[in-house]
Design a binder for this molecule. Structure first.
Ligand code: GLC
Length: 547
């Protein structure tokens, strides 16, 4: 295996909602030319790869995840020419780009569905999943359960029910039809030919349906995804597939195959447990989930994240944990959505600088390649009063002007209001101020990214807790080693709001510790023990050298 093809093992990703990022033409919607202009900012932040949320023609009933045409760009965002320009400008700067590949469904406005509705004799009818009644697949859960009551919807034209795992306006494609399977390979080919570096493959567990199952993670689904992988390996080596499967680690493990299915997979269950650990001020939720995480093939990688464009999903927790999370992180009913929480990182963490930095320290140092959700690097706020998940998709705050430097348009003409509350408005939170301030959140994050990228252990290395995690005194301390070849790092983080002294057992006293983030510490090594005073929410990254 060519090691440059494994670039994703040690890459820092950034999730871009193009509509929210930068509006160049002044129509109130972010666009591809705007994003191209902001590549310098992303380069400076240390980003290796962007994930673009859907940019295709769509009626936007699920913000573009309802695709009406797989082969074009939504007019709000620009043209295919703008897209090519974005790709080449990004590549010139050494930034890769992956896009959303929505395999499971289309919009009900997609031509295939418009044809399919005409009835059983139409050649496209079988592109979707139809039944005369709504009884099949009753074991499949409903995902958007605040809105949908069934996974079947009646179609007046076809006089049949069609199957949909998400909104009724997103009919599921029928993967038992070989033409569908071929069509979607063609879609992938189109974007790979335009130069994308891979795909974040949306909602992959649901491609096939089978009676008597919950219609998730079926063997047929894995077989098709392996076919997609082979197609990419054969024709586009070095491009990647990132799996969105909101599942337990042992199920996501299956999506890595023997290193022949997905290159990467989101670690959904880790994410809420980082929030649990921060709120409980103890490491046990993270210990628990890492114990449950099976090893993955050498050529694959976890993708870790704190927040994204959806609600903070609480699907991969127990009922008790979900109630606990809602109680602590979503005290107002309006903050809850489906099985999750529609809030951004900074408000979730009380806009507490120490906690936010600590969350990023965990994200950057635990196993996996991290992805940052746009705006979280400056601690942007949210607006829970906007519908659906729109409250975490507001315009990026570039400066302190009324339209936050996002658009030359009047603020009233923007696709969504700029965050206006007193804590998170653009006067308080913006890129320009933070870029100029070495003490800002943005500067701290930039530093962590730089350091992360200069040590191989983060992306490639082993992970090992630095002490017996069952001991009570170790509860609030997240201390672990990351090591690769002869490089060794010791990461020490205090989850507690109290100052404390950590005592960490060492296998040898003949070591030296160098704090790579450049923070001062009073680490003392004595008698096979490291003792270090930690401030509330403190974190240190040490390089360990033996002598
Ligand atoms: C994924 C996306 C989500 C979308 C859904 C349906 O879960 O993250 O935003 O609504 O798929 O496509």
């Amino acid at each position: 295996m060519n090691s440059t093809h494994l670039w994703y093992k040690n890459a820092v990703f950034y999730q871009v909602y193009v509509r929210a990022f930068y509006d160049r033409n002044g129509d109130g919607h972010g666009d591809l030319i705007g994003l191209t202009q902001k590549l310098g900012y992303l380069k400076d932040l240390g980003i290796d790869c962007l994930w673009l949320m859907p940019i295709y023609p769509s009626p936007l009933l699920d913000d573009g995840y309802d695709i009406a045409d797989f082969y074009n760009i939504h007019p709000d965002y620009g043209t295919l020419q703008d897209f090519k320009q974005l790709i080449s400008s990004a590549h010139e700067r050494g930034i890769r780009i992956i896009t959303d590949l929505v395999l499971n469904h289309t919009s009900d406005q997609h031509n295939w569905f418009l044809e399919a509705r005409k009835g059983k004799d139409n050649p496209y009818h079988d592109y979707y999943v139809w039944r005369d009644d709504d009884q099949d697949y009753s074991e499949a859960r409903i995902i958007f359960l605040d809105i949908e009551e069934s996974n079947w919807a009646w179609d007046d034209n076809a006089h049949q029910y069609y199957w949909h795992r998400f909104y009724a306006s997103q009919p599921d494609l029928n993967y038992d039809n070989s033409s569908v399977r071929q069509e979607m390979l063609k879609v992938a080919k189109f974007w790979l030919d335009l130069g994308v570096d891979g795909f974040r493959a949306d909602a992959v567990p649901y491609l096939f349906e089978r009676d008597g199952t919950n219609c998730e993670n079926l063997p047929e689904t894995h077989a098709y995804l392996k076919e997609l992988r082979q197609f990419i390996d054969r024709n586009y080596p070095g491009r990647i597939l990132l799996c969105e499967a909101n599942q337990w680690p042992e199920e996501v493990r299956e999506y890595f195959g023997e290193g022949d299915e997905f290159h990467m997979g989101f670690h959904f269950p880790l994410m809420p447990r980082i929030f649990m650990a921060l709120c409980k001020e103890e490491i046990s939720p993270i210990v628990w989930v890492l114990e449950k995480t099976p090893p993955i093939p050498e050529n694959t990688q976890w993708t870790t994240f704190l927040r994204n464009h959806d609600e903070l999903t609480l699907e991969m927790v127990t009922e008790e944990e979900r109630q606990w999370m809602w109680q602590h992180y979503a005290p107002l009913p309006r903050m809850r959505l489906n099985l999750g929480i529609r809030r951004r990182l900074a408000p979730l963490l009380d806009n507490h600088r120490g906690k936010i930095e600590l969350a990023f320290s965990l994200l950057f140092s635990l196993p996996g390649s991290p992805i940052i959700y746009y705006g979280d690097e400056i601690g942007m706020g949210d607006d829970i009063w906007l519908e659906d998940r729109n409250g975490v998709r507001t315009p990026m705050q570039w400066d302190n002007s009324p339209a936050a430097g996002f658009s030359p348009a009047d603020p009233e003409r923007l696709y969504a209001p700029i965050i206006s509350n007193s804590e998170f408005n653009p006067q308080k939170v913006n890129v320009t101020n933070q870029t100029n301030d070495p003490g800002s959140l943005l500067s701290s994050i930039k530093k962590m990214i730089t350091l992360r990228k200069s040590f191989q252990s983060f992306g490639w290395g082993e992970f090992e807790w630095a002490f017996d995690t069952k001991q009570t005194q170790s509860k609030p301390i997240a201390a672990f080693y990351r090591s690769y070849l002869d490089e060794k790092l010791l990461i020490i983080q205090n989850l507690s709001s109290q100052a404390l002294t950590a005592e960490i057992p060492l296998s040898s006293s003949s070591i030296s510790l160098n704090e790579i983030l450049g923070k001062s510490s009073n680490a003392l090594i004595n008698n096979h023990t490291l003792s270090i005073d930690l401030q509330p929410f403190d974190y240190h990254w040490f390089q360990v050298k033996s002598f």
